[in-house]
Design a protein around this ligand. Structure first.
Ligand code: NAD
Length: 484
């Protein structure tokens, strides 16, 4: 088998593989600029058919015990493990990721679905809970019920993995699903349909429709047959999905953009600080919603820390995913390359002090490669300090006091994640309590285990994924009050 064998060019709904009836679109390998494959976009009518299938499958799927659903979910993860090498190859070819990162994506998806399979087992004993109160003649209990058929609209930066954060809790809760992968990276997410087929999931429980945001995505987010749309992507698209959901008061989950700060205090271990800062902005070539693109350094340690950062920058090996020892690949698409190099152009116009990098990667004639870039003394008003770049670019500002660091860190419309580097545990706790972000990292890498919560404050989103909060996002709470 090869990566080509897991390139599925069709949509999967009602248990059938169906070619899209819309335009033929190319999917590009960002390292070679050659097509990885093609697919035909699903039309609004096909999205409707997929949502009808999810509605038809809902009564039987939601009536199963949690452990019966968990069995199906574990069979799906077994199917993914069986195709691990092919999926990793495809993830590398379509996203330009290093092998280690592609493996982490696919195995992270498996880990997440398995975690929520355990939650599905546990739901069998948690569905009905008595409520304690003292009103003579009354007694109440709550029931947890699946929300209904739900839709997912996905980004391109972590195909499969981000879908698993939605799919795991939705299937565990008893919801049926319609998945719309990103048109930039459709194939590994389409494999969810194959995993469902191989696991013997009843027809209509898991459906996949492929296409652009303007046609397939809009048809899904506007459809009245879904009870919830769970979206991960840009804040701009999130706002239009929120407006579409308002039409029929659909539930929404929004995982949006970020501009995450990393605060390094003068008592920090500087080697650790340099490593965490660059890991946070180099992983997936900086195309992470939690990328640590805003580095806030306490003034007294700026010189030595900047030296260590430059050492880390110099150690980066840019390359195609099949290059031995490469540590960073190209950006995932031409559009993203244009956006990131556009920020480098803005930096030149704004006359920012570029410490290292600052341009396209000259060694590559083809592929969407950019130089890892570090800017110093970036003014607060700079677009590079304010806007999400989604590439390997880090900007430095300094602070004098802890209070000033917190004000600077919170001075953004986003609030997804923030990192603190300090050897003082009391300071870490104090600062974590004041940072406006959904996940705070203290002296560690920006990992996201499925047991923790993920989601943003402010314009980084609405709701929480992962952990028990992720499961709650696909359950309705119903209270039954009766005469005692
Ligand atoms: P995007 O908003 O361009 O696209 C995301 C998805 O929305 C795609 O599937 C696209 O086809 C679809 N879409 C676009 N317009 C639509 C519309 N009008 N109606 C319905 N669907 C539409 O985002 P992207 O470029 O794929 O992803 C990058 C963004 O995602 C970044 O801002 C990043 O921060 C964010 N992100 C957030 C998280 C998180 O957990 N908060 C995780 C990953 C990525």
């Amino acid at each position: 088998m090869s990566a080509n064998d897991v390139i599925i060019e069709k949509n999967y709904y009602n248990g059938q593989w169906v070619p899209g009836s819309g335009a033929r679109l190319a999917v590009i390998n960002p390292a070679t600029e050659q097509p990885v494959g093609h697919f035909h976009e699903a039309s609004a009518e096909q999205v409707d058919a997929a949502i009808c299938a999810a509605n038809a499958a809902f009564p039987a799927w939601s009536a199963l015990s949690g452990s019966a659903r968990a069995n199906y979910m574990r069979k799906m993860t077994a199917a993914i493990r069986d195709h691990l090498d092919d999926l990793v190859q495809l993830q590398m070819a379509n996203c330009g990721k290093p092998r280690s990162e592609a493996v982490a994506d696919i195995l992270g998806s498996v880990e997440c679905i398995d975690y929520f399979a355990d939650q599905a087992d546990a739901l069998d004993t948690q569905r009905q809970t008595p409520i304690e109160y003292d009103i003579p003649g009354y007694r109440s209990s709550t029931r947890l019920e699946p929300m209904g058929p739900v839709g997912f609209i996905l980004p391109w930066n972590f195909p499969m993995k981000i879908c698993s954060w939605k799919l795991g809790p939705a299937l565990a809760a008893g919801c049926t699903v319609v998945i719309k992968p990103s048109e930039v990276t459709p194939f590994t997410d389409t494999f969810w349909g194959k995993a469902a087929e191989l696991a013997g999931l009843p027809a209509g429980v898991l459906n996949v429709v492929n296409g652009t945001g303007a046609i397939t995505g809009a048809a899904l987010s506007e459809h009245p047959g879904l009870r919830k749309v769970s979206f991960t992507g840009s804040t701009r698209t999130g706002k239009s999905i929120m407006k579409a959901a308002a039409e029929d008061v659909k539930n929404i989950g929004l995982e949006l953009g970020g501009k995450s700060p990393i605060l390094v205090f003068e008592d920090a271990d500087l080697d650790l600080a340099a490593r965490l800062a660059v890991e946070g902005v180099f992983y997936n070539a900086g195309q992470c919603c939690n990328a640590t693109g805003r580095l806030l350094i306490q003034e007294s340690i700026k010189g030595p820390l900047t030296e260590k950062l430059v050492e880390q920058y110099n150690a980066v090996v840019l390359g195609t995913p099949d290059t031995p020892d490469m540590t960073m690949g190209p950006l995932a698409s031409k559009a993203q390359y244009d956006k990131v190099t556009g920020f480098q152009d803005i930096a030149r116009e704004e006359r920012l002090h570029c410490v290292i990098g600052g341009g396209r990667a000259a060694a590559f004639n083809t592929g969407f490669f950019v130089e890892p870039t570090l800017y110093d003394d970036v003014p607060r008003s700079s677009r590079l300090w304010q806007e999400e770049i989604f590439g390997p670019i880090m900007c430095i500002r300094t602070f004098v006091s802890e209070d000033e660091a917190i004000i600077e860190a919170n001075d953004t419309e986003y609030g997804l994640a923030a990192s603190i580097v300090t050897e003082d545990d009391e300071r870490a706790e104090r600062v974590a309590a004041q940072l406006e972000a959904g996940h705070i990292y203290n002296n560690v890498s920006v990992a996201i285990p499925p047991q923790t919560s993920w989601g943003g404050f402010k314009q980084s989103g609405i709701g929480r994924e992962l952990g028990p909060w992720g499961l709650a996002g696909f359950l309705e709470v119903k209270t039954v009050t009766s005469r005692d």
